[in-house]
Design a protein around this ligand. Structure first.
Ligand code: DX5
Ligand code: ZN
Length: 229
């Protein structure tokens, strides 16, 4: 991968990055799942954290992240679907998270939350629910590594992609390009080979997928079909 070349072209969307969400993996054998993701060409592991308050489901604490860390060198991108993300950031970072993505809807002090994440040594990202507009995050885009646009309402894997989020992807990409920033535009929820193509065409450079990858016969083929959608 040639980062210098990517930068000189000013086109961060050159390479499509695939982040596999373990929410629908066989968790009884998570060690070998992580090893097979690495050998199948995944670029990172997406870990969904849910508190039963912000979303109607509960998933994955820092101890689980720490135990997963032993099985792969892939970057861990931790999607915090929780209230008070800043309070839990240190635990998730010391467990081995590389990027913490918090929801704009859960936070009033966005800058302070980014500061907290960075001061503990991780990168920060912001996630937006399908109904939340890009304008809610626009001023913080220069400070974050990833803007995550939800393609479904957060809480569960296996939902259908909501196509009205596509113009938000385009708007985010335009803002980022106009400002000459390198912030990534990730899309999470309802991604399959068809919706991946729509998301990429709209300006996404990272696709997050659980059901499409873990429901397929061959993980490597599923990952490459998303990347080449
Ligand atoms: C949804 C999670 C997603 C989910 C994606 O709340 O944030 O990351 O795991 O699952 P699929 O790809 O099945 O829509
Ligand atoms: Zn997620």
């Amino acid at each position: 991968m040639n980062y210098a070349n990517e930068e000189s072209q000013g086109n961060p969307a050159n390479k499509i990055s695939i982040s596999t969400s373990i929410l629908s993996a066989d968790l009884s054998r998570i060690g070998s799942v992580l090893e097979s993701l690495e050998s199948s060409g995944a670029d990172s592991v997406h870990i969904d954290v849910m508190d039963g308050h912000f979303v109607n489901n509960i998933a994955f604490g820092p101890a689980f992240v720490k135990s997963m860390r032993r099985h792969t060198a892939l970057p861990f991108k931790v999607h915090l679907m929780i209230e008070k993300p800043a309070a839990y950031a240190p635990q998730f970072i010391s467990a081995g998270s590389d990027l913490l993505i918090f929801h704009r809807e859960t936070v009033s002090d966005v800058a302070g939350t980014i500061d907290q994440i960075e001061s503990h040594g991780a990168k920060a990202g912001i996630a937006l629910n399908p109904e939340t507009q890009i304008s809610e995050a626009a001023e913080f885009i220069p400070r974050i590594s990833s803007l995550l646009i939800m393609g479904v309402n957060p809480g569960f894997a296996g939902q259908k992609f909501i196509p009205t989020v596509l113009p938000k992807i385009t708007e985010a990409r335009r803002l980022i390009s106009e400002k000459g920033l390198r912030t990534g535009v990730a899309v999470d929820g309802g991604i399959n080979s068809a919706t991946a193509r729509d998301a990429i065409r709209s300006g996404a450079d990272e696709l997050i997928a659980a059901t499409y990858v873990f429901g397929s016969e061959n993980i490597a083929d599923a990952i490459s079909s998303l990347r080449n959608s």
